[in-house]
Write a protein that binds this ligand. Structure first.
Ligand code: NAP
Length: 285
């Protein structure tokens, strides 16, 4: 299959290019090739590559940056996604759009299913939700894949941030009232690669199994990496005072992928173990 992957210099896009080029004709693109907010440049690039499928990972992913500049978040995450979707329509390509658990408001007490009502509560979540609508408006053949809390080799991520602070002798304060599913970038890429070969278009949640608060996640990382005696001060979101207010409970359940297609991701703790084991031997490519 001819596949175009946007956001190819980013965490997920980069991993997908690496993984899928073994079995597909893959073109990876990022902002150096074209800016997705430019409709003409986007249309031209997609026409030239003539993909059968575009996996759209490019996004403004700085959640607090989106809160500070919601117009830019809309331009990139909503209208930029619309530009990709219209280009897919023009060349007859299917599209996989990577979305977020932040399309939900976090008021549910049990994991969100794919057809639960969305209600974003911050500019990042709103822009990702609007991107979903743009895909639905333009295309009949699409996958919308929602995920959460990616940790990836080689990039900015929560696991490395926690470990770097401990190694630098800094104290740790981590929130207890934000809950979701930590998700290993490599596991997500494997699952997306399997999903897009099924032709079973629709909405999917793809996260590592289980759920944790940011505090639980940090504690598990420290315990596993040999810092069990290092304390973490539990704090609340209100005390942390971020520009963007996350959904307090953002756990997703992979109902459609797991129950209907048999695409399963391991529990997040096992994924953290695998991540740390690869980091420890420097085998992060
Ligand atoms: N990371 C998470 O925890 C998480 C959670 C839920 C959902 N997601 C979604 O998963 C997808 C992949 O996330 P990720 O963490 O892999 O993202 P990432 O590492 O931030 O990569 C995104 C890439 O898109 C590029 N980009 C930004 N604006 C662009 C534009 N206008 N035109 C073309 N390219 C542009 C970025 O370039 P620059 O770096 O130069 O800006 C970057 O290389 C995103 O759709 C994100 O919303 C991520």
């Amino acid at each position: 299959m001819r596949v175009m992957i946007t956001g190819a210099l980013g965490r997920l896009g980069g991993r997908l290019v690496e993984l899928m080029r073994a079995t597909h004709d893959v073109t990876g693109v990022d902002i150096d090739e074209f800016d997705i907010t430019d409709p003409a440049a986007t249309m031209q690039a997609v026409r030239e590559a003539a993909p059968e499928l575009v996996i759209h990972c490019a996004a403004m992913t700085d959640v607090d940056g989106c809160a500070r500049n919601p117009d830019l978040a809309m331009r990139v995450n909503a209208y930029g996604t619309g530009n990709i979707a219209l280009a897919c329509q023009a060349v007859g390509a299917a599209m996989a759009y990577i979305s977020s658990n932040e399309v939900f408001d976090g008021q549910k007490a049990t994991p969100y299913l794919e057809y639960d009502p969305t209600n974003p509560i911050n500019p990042y979540g709103y822009s990702k939700w609007a991107g979903e609508q743009a895909v639905r408006d333009a295309l009949a053949r699409f996958y919308i894949v929602r995920t959460s809390w990616l940790f990836a080799h080689g990039g900015r991520n929560f696991v490395q941030a926690i470990l770097s602070r401990v190694r630098a002798g800094e104290s740790l304060r981590v929130v207890t009232d934000e809950v979701a599913a930590p998700t290993y970038n490599d596991d997500l890429a494997d699952a997306i690669s399997a999903l897009v070969q099924t032709g079973r278009y629709g909405v999917y949640h793809l996260v590592n199994e289980g759920s944790a608060s940011r505090y639980d996640f940090a504690r598990y990382v420290l315990d596993t990496a040999g810092y069990a005696s290092t304390p973490i001060e539990p704090i609340t979101l209100a005390e942390f005072g971020r520009p963007s207010q996350p959904p307090p409970y953002g756990t997703l359940r992979n109902f459609a992928a797991a129950e209907l297609l048999g695409i399963r991701l391991r529990p997040w703790e096992a994924a953290v173990d695998a991540f740390l084991a690869r980091e420890a031997v420097g085998e992060t490519k």
